[in-house]
Design a protein around this ligand. Structure first.
Ligand code: NCD
Ligand code: ZN
Length: 339
């Protein structure tokens, strides 16, 4: 019998499902991957920035994937007033997402200067909505954008001491340090791809567009710190895949879009990583407990079991090339119980 590993049903605290018919397919992939809950990003076209839009988007996701609970977010705009924010909260929003202008996919309408959205952050603090940060400064050199944002993180913490904040897809050692020094109301999500790869995997040999994402993959010493944070058992660090599908035509092209489709492989890759560090016993907290705790949610009922049997990653999923396409991972999903 191959070895197995069973752990509580996991959550993914950062996913992109896009809009239209494909949203249902991507939501279904999240359910099939074994996730119980997902935090759904709002950078759709058009964006999720009102209670009716949020309600309709959740309905669409849950109709396609009835076993998945969609935790909803909205896109922050400087003009969002208190009533709109209160309506979003009543409609079930758990977080608002800040996209600085132009830093990533569909952020052309993002926030130019953090101060422009100060009244929104104040209202979010009062309403106990989590502030999710795409933590990159648009004017800095591409590899330095996260580091250049971190001063903004400490200003936010000083101005809004009760606001829960998440530095999404942290990618640098400096980002890890900033989260640690910001205290327990600040957390960070970690992706599988930033834990496994560096910039060299994308551009050190032949160009691999399927590893092109924002924030960019960084240096080996950054990756080392991210892995330490993931394995540390500190509840400020939890899993968010940033699974971000773009069609094969948009990735294998000039002006390639940023984003890695990791949904089908993220748990398998994390199993390999934690196993290689002798830390399989710490995986459950990272994927199934710390994020829920930060968001004030109960752990999910039910468990997921993986077994150590080779699993071949498909080469194409709904027209999208997933991360690690065509390669073989060492764990496969065996079963889902009690959900
Ligand atoms: C994401 C996307 O495609 O929506 N892209 C990415 O490179 N990570 C947006 C984001 O989270 O930055
Ligand atoms: Zn994202």
């Amino acid at each position: 019998m191959p070895p197995t590993l069973t752990f509580g049903r996991p959550d993914d605290f950062h996913v992109h499902f896009r809009q239209g018919e494909v949203a249902g397919h991507f939501a279904r992939d999240a359910q099939d991957a074994g996730f119980a809950r997902v935090l759904v990003m709002p950078n759709t076209l058009p964006p999720i920035d009102s209670a009716p839009a949020l309600t309709e988007y959740r309905r669409q996701i849950e109709a396609a994937a009835p076993g998945l609970r969609a935790l909803m977010t909205f896109k922050i705009r400087p003009g969002l007033d208190r009533q709109t924010l209160a309506d979003l909260r009543s409609a079930g929003a758990v977080a608002g997402k800040l996209y600085p202008e132009g830093v990533t996919t569909h952020s052309e309408d993002g926030v130019r200067r953090l101060e422009d959205a100060w009244p929104v952050f104040a209202a979010m603090e009062d309403l106990d909505l989590v502030l999710c940060l795409h933590g990159e400064h648009p004017d800095a050199f591409s590899l330095d954008r996260e580091a250049a944002f971190l001063g903004g993180l400490s200003s936010l913490r000083a101005a809004f001491p009760r606001l829960r904040m998440v530095l999404e897809h942290v990618s640098t050692a400096a980002g890890v340090d900033a989260v640690l020094s910001s205290g327990p109301l600040t957390a960070a999500t970690l992706t599988a791809h930033h834990l496994l790869f560096t910039l060299d995997d994308m551009v050190g040999g032949k160009l691999d567009p399927h590893l092109f994402c924002k924030p960019l993959l960084k240096r080996p010493e950054d990756r080392t710190r991210l892995v330490e944070a993931a394995l540390s058992g500190n509840p400020q660090f939890f899993f968010g895949s940033d699974s971000a599908p773009h069609s094969r035509e948009h990735k294998e092209a000039a002006l390639c879009s940023a984003g890695c489709y990791t949904m089908p492989v993220s748990l398998g890759l994390l199993l390999e990583l934690f196993e290689s560090r002798g830390a399989l016993d710490r995986l459950e907290a990272f994927v199934s407990r710390f994020g829920a705790q930060f968001y004030g949610l109960e752990p999910n009922p039910g468990t997921l079991t993986f077994e150590k049997l080779p699993w071949k990653v498909p080469s194409l999923v709904h027209g999208v090339v997933p991360l690690k396409a065509g390669t073989t991972l060492s764990w496969s999903l065996k079963s889902l119980q009690g959900a």
